[in-house]
Every structure is written in structure tokens, then in C-alpha cells.
Design a protein around this ligand. Structure first.
Ligand SMILES: [Zn+2]
Length: 368
């Protein structure tokens, strides 16, 4: 389908928050919401019942009136706004207990998410023509391409030139399960450190931390090397190290400058990457909006106040989650790094949750 407003948005600078740039997001969101309204019966009935219509979106402030659809709905039902045969990729975050998160992408939406991720990483100075060796603490996408983390890592390795890519979580065809190849990780890091080619490490912070501790690693990967983390410390919260302390630890043990250590927050159902600037703050791009709501009545909370995170995005025409209400707590803050935009501050999950994401699943591998 044609989506001229969304195309214009995704060609624009992700950290331009001028009035005209904000208007690009408003127009793109309206275009996307109208598509879901027309093509997804449940969304239409829900919005009709709540008295919302995408045509009512005329100003930036109107965006806060879009009702959020609870994230649980997407875990329990397969929701899709295009014919099934148009889908080219289903992303899942691995979990236990049947609570899998899924996202469906047609070709256009897949192109859009790749484009916006590239634009964001370029704007943060993280994309490069230069060749890097990659160590990915994740599943080999050759066997796990539908897992969100494997998809993200494969995507991220395409933002630079790449020499060698080593996937640390490998499939054992004898035991039929994924295992972390710790010896392989240590040997690979030593080899990369001696290679003269800079390294990029992608992975879960807890996993990287534990491997360094366990094997007493002390290497110098060089000041052109990078660490890109994601997935948080879920399941290892008791061992969580504050971000700034973690950055110093990595600098000491792997020689990667703190400014080259960037965390990424993403949700499979939402798909927008929130990425650290060099100061270590997750910036909110103009490709999404983040609202913070009261857990009691969903009323809008003022900037800086804590509440449930409510995300808007506009790039996905196959998956009816343009307005996603999560069970994660957080706040919107500011950063003085020069990008001049709002940042996302994460403050944990609401309630007691038994389901586990990719991150936790991967951590279990270390304990076996
Ligand atoms: Zn910043």
C-alpha cells in the first residue's frame, strides 16, 4: 500500500524535533492508524467503542488521546492487519509458559523498521563504513531468525562493514538445545584483541559481565571498539550493576571506551529501538511518542513523573499495535548531550510476572 507520510517521516532526521518534523510524525501516525482502522476489525470496534477515530488527530496534543491497546492482547492473540500471505517475517521473543511476544511484518513494514533503525544508529554516530569483528551473545540467526534478539543483532551488524561474526549461543543438534559456547567466547575475544581490527560486542549485559568475571578477562580491544547491549538485567536483577559502573568495568576489562558503550531498549511488540547516546541515556526518536500514564486510571502523567509506559509508532502496517500500553514502569527525562531531546528512563515491570523474555532465557544457558 502507499504510505507517503510514513515514507517522508522515515527519510527525516530522527532527532529533529522542530514543529515541521513533529508534524511529519503526526501525519505518519494518522496514515498508519487509518490503515489499521480500515483493515483490522478488532482495532476498529475497540476505537469506535472508546469514541476515537484517527481523523480526529489534528495536532501534536491529540496524539495523547489515542487509546492504548494492552500488550497482553498481543501475547495471547495473533493480530494482523494484512492478509497472512503478505507476511514475510514473524518476530518472537522466546519465553516460557506460553507467553510469547510476537510481531508480524510484511515487506513494507520490515523495510520501514530496518530504515528507521539505520537512521537512528547513524544519527548517534554508531554506523560506519569501517570493518569490525563482531561477537554476538545471541542465537545464530541461521537457526533462530525469528527470534527478536537474533534479528536485532543481524540488523545491527549490517550498520558497519563486517569482517568476522561470531555467534556465542549455538545450537547443539545432539541435545537439541541452544548452548552458550563460553570457551569459544573467550578464545574469540583473545583472537579479536590481537587481530588489529576493532571489535563490536552485542549482547545481554549480565551475560557479558559473568563471562568476564568467570574467566578473569583482562584484554584491550582498542579505543575504536564498541559494546552494544540490550535486554537488560532481567532475572539477574540482584546482580545488576548501575550503568555508569558497568561502563567503567567494561573499560577496565576489555578496553572499550565508555562513550562507545551503548545500551538499547526495545520491545518485540513495538519495534522502535531506544538507543543510548554517548552519555548513556536512551533517546526517544521522532519516529515514536512515549506517554507515561497513571496505573490507576491511565490519565496522562507530567514529564518526569513515573507511570506505565505507553508507546506510539507508525511504521508497521501489518501489526495493529500503533498505540501500545505496556506493563513497564518508566519516566520521560532529558539529556544535555546535544541531541536535545527527551529520554526514556526505565523503572521496572508492574506486578509479578512469570513470563520470561529472550534475555532471561539466554541467562539460563549460563547456569547450566
Ligand atoms: Zn543524550
Amino acid at each position: 500500500m502507499k504510505s507517503p507520510s510514513t515514507e517522508s517521516l522515515l527519510l527525516s532526521d530522527p532527532f529533529d524535533f522542530s514543529e515541521s518534523a513533529k508534524k511529519l510524525f503526526l501525519n505518519s501516525f494518522k496514515e498508519n492508524a487509518l490503515h489499521h482502522y480500515k483493515n483490522h476489525e478488532f482495532s476498529r470496534k475497540l476505537w469506535d467503542k472508546l469514541g476515537f477515530h484517527p481523523d480526529s488527530l489534528k495536532t501534536e496534543d491529540d496524539l495523547a488521546t489515542v487509546p492504548g491497546t494492552m500488550v497482553h492482547l498481543f501475547k495471547e492473540h495473533e493480530l494482523c492487519s494484512v492478509p497472512r500471505e503478505n507476511l514475510v517475517l514473524t518476530l518472537t521473543s522466546s519465553g516460557t509458559g506460553g507467553q510469547k511476544s510476537r510481531q508480524f511484518l510484511d515487506q513494507q513494514s520490515l523495510n520501514n523498521v530496518k530504515q528507521l533503525a539505520l537512521k537512528i544508529h547513524q544519527s548517534l554516530g554508531m554506523a560506519s563504513e569501517r570493518e569490525y569483528n563482531y561477537l554476538c551473545f545471541t542465537y545464530d540467526p541461521a537457526v533462530a531468525n525469528d527470534l527478536g534478539t537474533a534479528f536485532t543483532d543481524e540488523l545491527l551488524t549490517n550498520f558497519t562493514g563486517k569482517k568476522e561474526v561470531y555467534y556465542a549461543i549455538q545450537f547443539n543438534s545432539v541435545t537439541n538445545e541452544f548452548v552458550l559456547n563460553e570457551e569459544g567466547v573467550v578464545a574469540t575475544l583473545k583472537r579479536f584483541a590481537a587481530s588489529g581490527v576493532p571489535t563490536r560486542i552485542l549482547g545481554f549485559p549480565a551475560l557479558i559481565y559473568e563471562v568476564i568475571e568467570k574467566h578473569h578477562l583482562k584484554l584491550d580491544l582498542g579505543e575504536d571498539s564498541w559494546l552494544q547491549t540490550g535486554g537488560g538485567w532481567k532475572g539477574k536483577a540482584d546482580k545488576e550493576i548501575p550503568k555508569q559502573e558497568f561502563r567503567k568495568f567494561i573499560k577496565n576489562h576489555l578496553g572499550i571506551p565508555e562513550t562507545n558503550q551503548r545500551d538499547l531498549f526495545g520491545m518485540v511488540e513495538h519495534g522502535i529501538p531506544y538507543v543510548d547516546c554517548e552519555k548513556g541515556n536512551l533517546h526517544i526518536p521522532n519516529y515514536s511518542r512515549v506517554f507515561v500514564r497513571s496505573p490507576f486510571d491511565l490519565s496522562l502523567r507530567a514529564k518526569g513523573e513515573r507511570g506505565l509506559l505507553h508507546f506510539l509508532c507508525s511504521y508497521n502496517f501489518s501489526y495493529p499495535a500503533p498505540s501500545l500500553l505496556t506493563t513497564d514502569y518508566g519516566r520521560v527525562g532529558t539529556c544535555d548531550c546535544g541531541l536535545g531531546t527527551d529520554i526514556l528512563i526505565l523503572e521496572g515491570r508492574a506486578g509479578v510476572s512469570k513470563h520470561k523474555g529472550c534475555a532471561l532465557k539466554a541467562l539460563e544457558l549460563l547456569e547450566k
